[in-house]
Design a protein around this ligand. Structure first.
Ligand code: TTP
Ligand code: MG
Length: 342
C-alpha cells in the first residue's frame, strides 16, 4: 500500500507577505497585479481575512476593492515567493527524496518506504515549515495522488486530513464533481446538465456510458477517479517545455514605441529566465491580443538553440512584423519553446 502526502501552502502569496510585514498579520491582504486596485489586474490570492469579504483568486482587483476597500493591496513579487517555495521544497526533500513539485505552493511526497506513521511525518513537516519559514500548510494523506490532493483541500488552513481506503464513499462521494482532478468547467457543465453533481453520482454512471460520451481515455479516467482509484506515480523530474512572459497594458494601446519597448522587456525577461534555469530554446512565439480580444500568435524557429537576449529579441520582432497592428493592443507575450539543457 502506497503512502502519499499532498502538501499545499495556505494563502501562499499572502502568507509570505504577512511573514515579511508582520503588521499585516490578521488583516485582509490582497495580492495581485501591480498592487493598485484602481488599475487593471486580477487577484492572485487573498489572505483568509480578506476571503471573508468574498474576495478570491482570479477576481478583478477593482471588484475586490469594492468588496473590501480597507484591505491592503500588494503587487505580486514572484521572486520572493519562488525563493520561499524553494525553501519549502528543500524541507520536503529531507523527509523523502521522492517528491513531485507540482507548483509554486504544492508538492506530492511518497513516504511509502519511511517507517514512521504518515501522521507523525506530516506533523513534523508542518512543524519544520512553521518554525523555519513561519508559514502554514495543509497536508492530505492517502494511498494515491488523487485522494491526497483532495484531502489537503478539505481542512484549510493548517489542516491535516487522512483518507483511508474505505473512506471513498463517505468522504469523496458527497463532494462536487469539480473537486476531482481533471474535471474542468466544461465537463462540470455537461455533468450538471444530466443531473450529475457529486462524485458519487458520477461513480454511479456505467463505464460504457462514460466511454460513449467522453471517449475511452477520459471515460476510463472518470470511472476510476470517481472510485478513488489512481495508480499514477510521482513525477520527480521534469523538463520545462517553454519559458514565457506576457503582460496586459494598463490601457489598450496602438503606440508602436510602447508595444516595442514592452516586447523588448518581455524577451529580455524570458532570456534571463532561460539563463537562470540553464536552458536554451529553438522557437520564439509572440502573442498579441487586441482590444476586441482577438488573439494572434506568430512563431519562428531559430537556426540554433539559444538563450541570447539579442537573438530572441530579433526573432520576436520579425514575428511582430508579421502581425498587422490595426487595432489597439491589450496584451503582448513572448515565449521560447523547444528547450533543452545547456
Ligand atoms: P492556491 O494554492 O490555489 O491558493 P492559496 O495558496 O493562495 O490558498 P489556499 O490556502 O486555498 O491554498 O494557489 C497558490 C498560489 O498561486 C496563490 O497564493 C497565488 C497563486 N495563484 C494565482 O496567482 N492565481 C490563481 O488564480 C490561483 C488559484 C493561484
Ligand atoms: Mg495553496
Amino acid at each position: 500500500m502506497r503512502r502519499i502526502l499532498h502538501i499545499d501552502m495556505d494563502a501562499f502569496f499572502a502568507a509570505v507577505e504577512q511573514k515579511r510585514h508582520p503588521d499585516l498579520i490578521g488583516k485582509p491582504v490582497v495580492i495581485g497585479g501591480s498592487g493598485d486596485p484602481t488599475q487593471r489586474g486580477v487577484v492572485s490570492t487573498a489572505s483568509y481575512e480578506a476571503r471573508k469579504f468574498g474576495i478570491h483568486s482570479a477576481m478583478p482587483l477593482r471588484t475586490a476593492y469594492k468588496l473590501c476597500p480597507q484591505a491592503v493591496f500588494l503587487p505580486v513579487d514572484y521572486e520572493e515567493y519562488s525563493r520561499v517555495s524553494a525553501e519549502v521544497k528543500n524541507i520536503l526533500r529531507e523527509f523523502s527524496p521522492i517528491m513531485e513539485d507540482v507548483g509554486i505552493d504544492e508538492a506530492f511526497l511518497d513516504i511509502s518506504d519511511i517507517p514512521e506513521a504518515s501522521e507523525e511525518i506530516s506533523r513534523k513537516i508542518k512543524d519544520r515549515i512553521k518554525s523555519e519559514l513561519d508559514i502554514t500548510c495543509s497536508i492530505g494523506i492517502a494511498g494515491n495522488k488523487l485522494l491526497a490532493k483532495i484531502a489537503s483541500d478539505l481542512r484549510k488552513p493548517d489542516g491535516l486530513t487522512i483518507i483511508n481506503e474505505g473512506d471513498v464513499e463517505k468522504i469523496i462521494w458527497p463532494l462536487a464533481v469539480r473537486k476531482l482532478w481533471g474535471v474542468g468547467p466544461k465537463t462540470e457543465t455537461y455533468l450538471r446538465s444530466i443531473n450529475i453533481n457529486t462524485i458519487g453520482e458520477l461513480a454511479a454512471i456505467p463505464l460504457e456510458k462514460l466511454i460513449n460520451h467522453f471517449g475511452p481515455s477520459y471515460g476510463n479516467y472518470l470511472y476510476e477517479a470517481s472510485r478513488g482509484i489512481d495508480e499514477s506515480p510521482l513525477v520527480t523530474h521534469w523538463e520545462p517545455k517553454s519559458s514565457s512572459r506576457e503582460t496586459t497594458f494598463q490601457r489598450d494601446t496602438n503606440d508602436w514605441q510602447t508595444i516595442a519597448r514592452t516586447l523588448a522587456g518581455l524577451t529580455k525577461e524570458v532570456s534571463e529566465d532561460l539563463k537562470h534555469s540553464g536552458y536554451i530554446g529553438k522557437t520564439v512565439t509572440i502573442k498579441i491580443r487586441f482590444d476586441d480580444f482577438k488573439t494572434y500568435t506568430r512563431a519562428k524557429t531559430m537556426d540554433e538553440f539559444t538563450d541570447s537576449n539579442e537573438t530572441i529579441r530579433k526573432t520576436a520582432f520579425e514575428s511582430l512584423g508579421r502581425i498587422k497592428l490595426e487595432k489597439k493592443v491589450r496584451l503582448i507575450g513572448a515565449r521560447v519553446s523547444g528547450l533543452k539543457k545547456k
